[in-house]
Design a protein around this ligand. Sequence first.
Ligand code: HEM
Ligand SMILES: *[C@@H]1O[C@H](CO)[C@@H](O)[C@H](O)[C@H]1NC(C)=O
Ligand SMILES: *[C@@H]1O[C@H](CO)[C@@H](O)[C@H](O)[C@H]1NC(C)=O
Ligand SMILES: *[C@@H]1O[C@H](CO)[C@@H](O)[C@H](O)[C@H]1NC(C)=O
Length: 339
Amino acid sequence: MELIRGISLMILALFFLHGTEADSSNNSGLLYSDYYKESCPLAEEIIRHNVEIAVLKEPRMAASLLRLHFHDCFVMGCDASVLLDNYGDIVSEKQAGPNNNSIRGFGVIDKIKAILEDACPYTVSCADILAIIARDAVELRGGPRWEVQLGRKDSLKASFNGANQFIPAPNSSLETLIKNFQAQGLDILDLVALSGSHTFGKSRCSSFRQRIYNNMDEEFDYYKRYKIFNGMLRSFCPRSGRDNAVIPLDFITPARFDNKYYINLLQGKGLLISDNVLVTQDHEGTIVKRVWAYASDQQLFFNSFAKSMIKMGNINVLTGEQGEIRRNCRFVNPATPSK
Ligand code: HEM
Ligand SMILES: *[C@@H]1O[C@H](CO)[C@@H](O)[C@H](O)[C@H]1NC(C)=O
Ligand SMILES: *[C@@H]1O[C@H](CO)[C@@H](O)[C@H](O)[C@H]1NC(C)=O
Ligand SMILES: *[C@@H]1O[C@H](CO)[C@@H](O)[C@H](O)[C@H]1NC(C)=O
C-alpha cells in the first residue's frame, strides 16, 4: 500500500522537492572552509592524494573511511574520539558493539596524519582529517563533492558507552532511527539522505542475519525477486556461523557511490533491517516519497547528501580553545609541564 501511495506521489514529489530544498546546512558559523589556507595550505591536497592511493588499492576503503566520520560524529560530536586506542584512562570506542570487528581504515588515517605532521606540525586536527577524507572518499567513488567545513579540535577522551548508545543498530525500527538521528540534531530527511551511504561498502553476516531469517518484510513477500534475493542471502549467511563474512550493501553497483541504494529499497532489497524499514514502516509517506525521488533523480540525492553530510560534520564540534590538535590520532597528547 505504501508503495502504491509512493508511486502516485512521485511525480508531485519530484516537482515539489526541486523548488523547496531549503538550506539546511547551517553550521552556526563555527567552522570555515578555508581554515587551513594560511597554516597548512597543502593539507587538503595531501589528504586527497593519500585517500586516492588507499582507494585505488582497495575500493571498499572509500566506504570504510566515510563510515569512520559517521561513527565519530554520533559519539560526543565530530572530535576524532573514535580514533583513540585503549591507553591510560581511555577506554577505546573501537571495541564497542557497533564498531568491534567492523570499523576499519585506521592505517590510512595514521599514514595521512604522519605526513601532515611533517608538513605542518600540530596544525591539522584528526577530526578535520576524518571530515575531509569522508568527502574525498565519496567523490572518488562517483559521488558528489562539497566544500568541507573545517576548524574542529580533537577530544581528550573517548566514550565506549556512548558508542554503544548512540550509533544505531542494524535491526532498529524506523521510530528508533528517527529518534537516534534527532538526538544528534538530524531530521528525517537527513536520515533518508545519509542512509544512502549504504550504496557502497560491505556488511557482515552478523549485521543482517535477523533480516533474512525473521522475515519482517512481509510486505515484499509477493515479489518473486525478493524471495530469490533472500534465498541468496541465506545461502551465503547460514543461521549460525560465518559471522564476519562480508557481502555488498548494494548488489547493483557494490563499489560505486550512486543512487542505486534507493532503487534497491523499492524492491525490498535493502540489506539491513534499518534500510528496509525506511519504506516498510513509513506510515506518513514522507520518507517513501523521498526514496522515490532519490531513486529517480541521482542529482537530487547528491545535493541532499552533501547538505546532510555538512550538517552531520557540525555535530557538537570542539573549536577554539576546546580540545587539542593531536599529534597521533590514536592518543591524546602527552601532558607537558604547564608554563
Ligand atoms: C541509519 C542508521 C544506520 C545503521 C543502522 C547503520 C548500520 C550499518 C551496519 C550494520 C553496517 C555493516 C557493518 C558491518 O557489518 O561490519 C554498515 C556499513 C556501512 N555504513 Fe552504516 N548505518 C547507518 C547509517 C550510516 C550513515 C549515516 C553512514 C554515513 C554517513 C553510513 C555509512 C556506512 C558505510 C559506508 C558502510 C560500509 C562500510 C565498509 O564497507 O567498511 N551508515 N552500516
Ligand atoms: C544558524 O543557526 C544559528 C544557531 O542555531 C542561528 O543563530 C542562525 O541564525 C542560523 N543561521 C542561518 C543562516 O540560518
Ligand atoms: C570484540 O571482538 C573480539 C574478537 O571477536 C572479542 O574477543 C571481544 O570480546 C569483543 N569485545 C567486546 C567488548 O565485545
Ligand atoms: C536487535 O538485536 C539484538 C541482538 O543482536 C536484540 O537483543 C534486540 O532485541 C534486537 N532489537 C530489535 C528491535 O529487534
